[in-house]
Design a protein around this ligand. Structure first.
Ligand code: BGC
Length: 528
């Protein structure tokens, strides 16, 4: 995996060197070309999406009911109703040409659980057949699939918030398992998601070797179970810390159950590298900084709070799997032994979007005791942008190029045995040039980390096309292709064209770096 030889021949501009580049040639600070790939497919260029953000007809997903207007029987949460998103289901086969036009090596997408199992144990065979056809089309076009099992969305029956809140005494039913935190429902959900993953592995294992179990566990649980911004809308952050930690514990168990189910059911080595299934998860990595960095003197409480948040976001979940332990109070010391979890992760996804501030003022949650700002979940004071040209208005955070290097080097040092893959990175912008700057700068910082010995195997840009940005709805535009909301026409942005050139060259040419790279001011968002 991630080392497959590509049959393609890549033509390079004169200044590139595939082989025999000296350290000085590829040093980050030297102007000139920077290679990411060794010419034999050591580095994967991809793009990523998630079903609930692009697909039409996901009628049984929690997001459908969460975002539907209350007048129509939904909860009316978030900025927009997801509806038919960007018709990514009915247009799936046609959209493969968007990938091939860019010359991408790989595509990460999710199979929505609610599509395959709209009601508990009721399997939708048409849904199964659809993804098989889609995967066959990808593979026929030399695009390596990576399948995400759980990317923020669930079938409504996993935690039916429309039925009201479950208490611990409520007995889960087939149409409401009461969510990941319920004493009995949590266990049933773990078994159910393992069954789902095992089914995917059986159905698609001959086409897929790379599996991403869970997308951004820390953010998902915060949004869904700590602050109630995502379905099922539980807000345990202050009221029930132990319950919140049991949601995390169950989600670690869910990863392990998915891992075991895929290993047991995907027995076919699809790409001929000798391994039938490689299973990882993706981590939302944030370049946390003490908020007082913007003040004359840095407050030590802020520094300590930053360290606690850094651990919680980047280490806590993965440590559980690497060490086979669980830290119940987030003090960074293991409290429970779980040898059955140990080593059940083959690679680690890193997803970087922003630099955010942390203050030492109480309280994120008892164990972390810090306030922070993640996107629009403002739990305290956000870091005022150090560089206003890097502010992403529709997401309320700051892109900071060097954060890519900071998170990759930290995570790479902590988990030296896990290959890293940038399973997402992107920018919400209406300006294609700004998107191109984001890609080039992120890749420059990736090379910088690789030059320090960090084992990064690929970059999957978020996202292939504009889509439904969860609570923020359709305003933020993350697409390499912009999508016309009236006609659903997909049009390449400047970001797509620059990314295509990078993929062709297997790296960053001096010209591309001169035009888009560095750390200076970014093109304003709304300038055409
Ligand atoms: C998520 C995506 C999301 C993206 C941009 C990531 O946290 O995995 O689903 O659209 O960030 O906010």
């Amino acid at each position: 995996m991630f080392g497959k030889l590509f049959a393609r021949v890549f033509v390079l501009a004169g200044c590139f060197c595939f082989f025999g580049c000296s350290e000085a040639d590829i040093s980050f600070s030297t102007p000139g070309a920077l290679m990411l790939d060794d010419g034999k497919g050591s580095f994967r260029f991809g793009t990523a999406t998630a079903a609930a953000q692009i697909e039409d007809g996901l009628l049984d997903s929690d997001w459908q009911h969460w975002s539907k207007p209350a007048a129509d029987g939904g909860r009316g949460e978030g900025a927009d109703y997801v509806g038919d998103a960007v018709l990514g289901f009915s247009r799936a086969l046609d959209d493969v040409s968007l990938l091939t036009d860019l010359g991408l090596d790989a595509y990460r997408f999710s199979v929505d659980w609610s599509r395959i199992e709209p009601r508990r144990d009721d399997i939708d065979l048409e849904g199964i057949a659809h993804y098989r056809g889609f995967l066959e089309r990808l593979v026929a076009n030399d695009i390596i699939p990576m399948v995400t099992v759980h990317h923020f969305s669930s079938p409504l029956w996993a935690h039916d918030f429309l039925q009201g809140k479950c208490s611990d005494d409520d007995v889960p039913t087939d149409d409401n398992l009461c969510g990941w935190g319920h004493p009995q429902g949590g266990d049933e959900l773990i078994a159910e998601i393992a069954e789902f993953a095992g089914r995917l592995a059986r159905e698609y294992g001959d086409l897929v070797d790379e599996w991403c179990s869970l997308n951004e566990p820390i953010n998902y649980i915060i949004a869904s179970y700590a602050v109630g911004q995502f379905p099922p809308g539980e807000a345990l952050i202050i009221e029930n810390f132990d319950r919140l930690m049991s949601v995390y514990r169950n989600y670690v168990k869910a990863h392990v159950a998915i891992y075991d189910a895929i290993k047991a059911n995907d027995l076919v080595d699809a790409d001929g590298d000798g391994v039938a299934a490689q299973i990882g998860l993706s981590l939302n990595a944030i370049d946390w900084v003490p908020s007082s960095d913007n003040k004359p003197s840095t407050n030590i409480k802020d520094v300590r709070a930053r360290d606690r948040v850094w651990y919680f976001y980047h280490h806590f979940f993965v440590d559980s799997l690497v060490q086979g332990t669980f830290d119940t109070d987030l003090d960074s010391l293991p409290d429970e032994e779980h040898p059955e979890w140990q080593g059940k992760i083959d690679w680690l996804g890193v997803q970087y979007y922003s630099r955010n501030g942390v203050t030492g003022a109480p309280a994120l949650m008892p164990g972390v005791d810090a306030t922070l700002c993640v996107g629009q979940i403002d739990l305290g004071s956000c870091l005022p942008p150090k560089d206003p040209t890097h502010w992403i208005d529709s997401m309320h955070y700051e892109y900071h190029e060097e954060g890519v290097y900071n998170v990759l080097t930290d995570i790479g040092a902590r988990y030296p045995d896990l290959p890293l893959v940038m399973t997402e990175s992107g920018i919400a912008s209406n300006n294609g040039r700004r998107r191109a700057e984001h890609i080039v700068r992120t890749l420059e910082q990736t090379v910088r980390a690789m030059n320090q010995g960090v084992d990064v195997r690929g970059y999957y840009h978020w996202s292939l096309m504009d889509n439904f940005e969860w609570s923020e709805g359709y305003l933020p535009r993350f697409g390499l292709y912009e999508v016309d909301r009236a006609t659903f026409e997909r049009r390449p942005t400047e970001g797509a064209l620059v990314y295509r050139d990078i993929i062709r060259a297997r790296g960053l040419s001096a010209k591309v770096r001169d035009a888009y790279g560095g750390t200076g001011p970014m093109t304003p968002d709304n300038v055409k």
